[in-house]
Write a protein that binds this ligand. Structure first.
Ligand SMILES: Cc1cc2nc3c(=O)[nH]c(=O)nc-3n(C[C@H](O)[C@H](O)[C@H](O)COP(=O)(O)OP(=O)(O)OC[C@H]3O[C@@H](n4cnc5c(N)ncnc54)[C@H](O)[C@@H]3O)c2cc1C
Length: 486
């Protein structure tokens, strides 16, 4: 039986372990933390439960696929439901726009609240759907770094469509050429943050993300996001995958251009295949001999990070739902601060996720569990203590203004996650949420491949490599590896 070693048990590592096991390998997973999930974690405090990392689920079929591959019924492990409202948007002038996932309903809502003609919204999604349908096969499902990919007819057709996909326009310029309403533009620009990009720089091809939400939907896993990691871990252990927690891989051993194993506490553990779920930056920095370093990877701009306050709130808010965004009054200035000055804007767009709206047990009676997040730059040595104090004040000011409340009175417990803590708890360079940034036009092609071009038997999965960050893409990375290995 061939042996596979997986370094890390984030979503990319868990899904790779399942795929390698289904292929008939004996699989060992080494994880530095005391448990699985990586960025997908949960914490409990004073009767409240919080998902600490990802909060929005899209493309759950990519999770189901792993269970089906293993001849299991996904519903025995993992339940989820489609959301009627993807997000609720709040503006300083007290306008509230409900982000229905049904396009007809959303077009009516944008018409009523922002004066946008229904056909403009529908045409926008139609164009974005064209982008998604034309590119997802190439960018999300295939290795961009193998000649074989470019020899397929489907990919040839995708390339023919590229000139029509607004590669040379930013998301914002495409959106503002279609909408006059500042509110509508802000909603559609916001989809850039799904992979930590800046809508004023990122190519309009990323508008395909909004099409995904309207065509396929947004979902909530019953009992919260962490159940995804739990379900994948259960499937992996049912398949016989062995997990070693609190176990840091210190080096990858390379012999004559072949990855032969990993060093743990100075002991060599040999394997036929090594799949690394660690952020690619640290793989080159720490795990591989210096001569293999690809300098370009160490210099790549990172995606944004986040500052998150997990608040137990002793009050219920009927105006809020599962996903809520309180928009900044000046989105452009906010992104300029984040991406150019590497600072946090004084009027930050504030995202509030409340899973107790869906799972009552996530908060005590008449209380709510608030995950309050703002976008931040990745860590470049900012003074996070000062930034936490100032941002907390600014967030509270924003919430009080938009919701007409004095929120501080209701906070009964608090935990804080910063970019520095994201880095130290998941080894993600700078604490960036989605690996390297997607702001440049060709960034999809500059992401690190899912395999080493210099070392055989060595593969890379997770949000820091192709096709990028976020749960569905991390799952795609392990699927691509599965195809490369077969
Ligand atoms: C606050 C936050 C909000 C997010 N929101 C969303 C969202 O709403 N929707 C969405 O789809 N995505 C979201 N994301 C992104 C998403 O969480 C990740 O893209 C996804 O979880 C994929 O992670 P990964 O496979 O890259 O592994 P990671 O989660 O980065 O895990 C890597 C694992 O490898 C381990 N490891 C690293 N080095 C070693 C070593 N040398 N030895 C042993 N173990 C090692 C680490 O301890 C870690 O457990 C969010 C992320 C964060 C942090």
């Amino acid at each position: 039986m061939k042996k596979a070693i997986i370094i890390g048990s984030g979503i990319g590592g868990l899904s790779s372990a399942i795929r390698m096991s289904v292929k008939g390998h004996a699989v060992d997973v080494y994880e530095a933390n005391k448990s699985y999930g990586g960025k997908m974690r949960e914490t409990k405090k004073k009767g409240f439960r919080f998902d600490m990392g990802p909060s929005l689920l899209t493309m759950p079929e990519k999770i189901d696929e792993l269970f089906l591959l293993a001849n299991k019924n996904p519903r025995d492990y993992f339940q989820y439901k489609k959301l009627d409202e993807g997000c609720r948007y709040f503006y300083d002038d007290k306008t509230i726009i409900r982000g229905y996932t049904d396009l007809d309903k959303f077009a009516s809502e944008l018409h009523d609240k922002a004066g946008v003609a229904k056909n403009i919204t529908k045409n926008h999604i139609k164009k974005n759907t064209f982008i998604f349908d034309s590119t997802s096969f190439l960018f999300l499902e295939k290795s961009l770094h193998k000649l074989k990919t470019y020899l397929s007819f489907k990919v040839f057709i995708a390339f023919l469509k590229l000139p029509f996909l607004q590669l040379f326009q930013s998301m914002h310029s495409a959106n503002s050429s279609r909408f006059k309403s500042k509110k509508a533009i802000q909603i559609f620009n916001r989809f850039a943050t799904y992979n930590g990009s800046n809508p004023y720089k990122a190519p309009a091809i990323l508008n395909s993300i909004s099409a995904l939400e309207f065509n396929k939907g947004a979902f909530y896993p019953n009992l919260g996001m962490f159940t995804i990691a739990k379900a994948l871990y259960s499937l992996a252990t049912d398949l016989g995958v062995k997990f070693y927690f609190n176990t840091i891989v210190e080096k990858i051993s390379v012999n004559d251009g072949v990855a032969e194993g990993v060093f743990v506490l100075n002991n060599l553990h040999k394997a036929d295949v090594i799949i690394c779920n660690q952020d690619i930056y640290f793989v080159y920095k720490n795990l591989l001999p210096k001569k293999f370093t690809i300098k370009r990877v160490l210099k790549q701009e990172r995606s944004s990070s986040a500052l998150i306050f997990y608040w137990g709130i002793k009050k219920e808010f009927s105006s809020l739902q599962l996903h809520n965004i309180l928009f900044s009054n000046n989105y452009e200035e906010e992104f300029k601060m984040l991406s150019e000055n590497k600072e946090i804007y004084k009027d930050p767009t504030t995202y509030i996720n409340i899973t107790s709206k869906m799972t009552k047990n996530d908060a005590p009676n008449k209380c709510e569990n608030w995950f309050v997040m703002i976008n931040t730059p990745y860590d470049v040595g900012q003074n996070w203590q000062d930034l936490i104090i100032n941002s907390r004040k600014n967030i509270i000011k924003k919430i009080n203004k938009v919701l007409d409340v004095s929120i501080e009175e209701y906070i009964v417990c608090e935990e804080i996650l910063t970019p520095k803590l994201i880095e130290s708890s998941t080894q993600s360079f700078g604490g960036s949420l989605y690996g390297s940034s997607s702001n440049a036009r060709g960034s999809a092609f500059f992401r690190h491949p899912n395999f080493s071009t210099k070392i055989s038997n060595l593969y890379f999965c997770g949000g820091s490599v192709h096709p990028g960050g976020g749960i569905p893409l991390a799952l795609s990375s392990s699927k691509i590896i599965g195809e490369l290995i077969s």
